[in-house]
Design a protein around this ligand. Structure first.
Ligand SMILES: NC(=O)c1ccc[n+]([C@@H]2O[C@H](COP(=O)([O-])OP(=O)(O)OC[C@H]3O[C@@H](n4cnc5c(N)ncnc54)[C@H](OP(=O)(O)O)[C@@H]3O)[C@@H](O)[C@H]2O)c1
Length: 323
């Protein structure tokens, strides 16, 4: 009997702060029938990872494990090389460069991972590097809101400098919407580069006093509420947010407006990750979507990366390079 091949993976066995994470040697997983084995070259630390590590909000434990996490390795985004195929896989070959998402199972903070060949993955378009292809998490969350837009509609994206906000501007533009981006001073140029039609600095302009109304106001960083910006909404305008809002107001208002039938406040949850990743690959191949990257860390320094992401100050995406 041969010894199982080993790999490095970032393990956590209890919810809590980043120091609960430790780099350990564990067996390389084996692809089951219909699965592929990916050698991970890049992943990210994002707000889903940090929230899951701390089990925040508390009710998320219903999905991730009540007392202890069901999964032991976080990491939702990956880019890497196909290194093994389970029985019956024909869509990929060993050596293919792929990227994708692991929304339910996580597991990308490791040297290898397995996932179903029909899961949320696609070939990396063109000559994009691995660290340029780990763009899924923020874009997937953004897509659940930008999917509400149609050609010619007007939207305001508040906090257009985070992972979700930078993706939201590009996805809204790709749907033909007119975009007003609200960002801090240091991100004005970034919002312009992403294609925003109008840019407002939240530090020196009261964005709620502009004389315009929108079909959609999207709070991409969980900092405003329907109460502060309802006058920016046109008659059928929707307020959508990535977060629960103060005192869970977004959830409660969402339920209330759902009962009244108007659905004016929403906290959309993204769906159908496999289809979205393939759509994102098309957008990237056409040069209509590019990730915005803040900084990168080696896998060994992942605790530091978690600490930084938890500050809520990153611009776009924080990459982990896995050698
Ligand atoms: N529970 C979950 O599983 C989950 C998952 C994903 C996302 N989310 C939520 O979705 C939100 C966005 O996630 P993300 O990954 O896109 O965030 P992020 O990348 O961490 O967002 C950071 C950006 O927000 C900007 N920002 C901070 N305060 C701001 C303010 N008052 N007004 C406008 N911009 C501000 C920062 O720029 P400056 O401060 O320099 O202006 C920074 O560029 C977060 O609230 C997160 O909790 C939740």
């Amino acid at each position: 009997m041969t010894d199982a091949a080993m790999m490095k993976a970032v393990i956590f066995r209890r919810y809590g702060p980043p120091q609960r994470l430790s780099l350990q040697e564990v067996p390389v997983p084996r692809p089951a029938p219909g699965e592929i084995l990916v050698r991970v070259r890049a992943t990210t630390v994002n707000r889903t990872d940090t929230a899951t590590l701390r089990a925040h909000p508390f009710f998320a434990r219903a999905m991730t494990g009540l007392l202890r996490p069901r999964m032991q390795t976080l990491g939702m985004d990956f880019a890497g090389i196909v290194d093994g195929l389970g029985d019956g896989v024909t869509a990929f070959q060993s050596g293919d460069r792929v990227f994708g998402l692991l929304p339910e199972r996580f597991g990308a903070h490791a040297e290898y991972l397995c996932l179903p060949a029909d899961g949320a993955l696609a070939h990396i378009p063109g000559d994009l590097r691995f660290d340029e292809a780990v763009v899924g998490e923020g874009a997937w969350y953004a897509s659940s809101t930008t999917g509400l837009l149609s050609e010619g509609q007007r939207c305001l994206i508040y906090g257009a400098s985070g992972a979700i906000g930078t993706a939201a501007v590009q996805l809204a533009k790709s749907r033909g919407a007119e975009v007003t981006a609200v960002v801090g001073m240091r991100h004005l140029d970034l919002a312009k580069r992403l294609g925003a039609d109008r840019i407002i600095n939240y530090e020196d302009e009261g964005f709620t006093s502009i004389a315009e109304t929108f079909d959609l106001v999207f709070d991409a960083v969980g900092k405003i509420s329907w109460f502060t910006c309802r006058r920016l909404l046109n008659q059928n305008g929707i307020f959508a947010a990535t977060d629960l809002g103060p005192y869970w107001s977004n959830i409660l208002l969402g339920i209330w407006f759902g009962i009244t039938g108007s659905r004016r406040v929403r906290v959309p949850y993204p769906e159908n990750a496999p289809e979205f990743v393939r759509y994102l690959a098309e957008l990237m191949a056409e040069g209509r979507f590019r990730g915005v990257f803040d900084s990168s860390y080696p896998l060994e320094d992942i605790v530091e990366a978690f600490r930084f992401v938890e500050t809520g100050q990153k611009t776009g995406i924080v990459v982990i390079n896995v050698q």
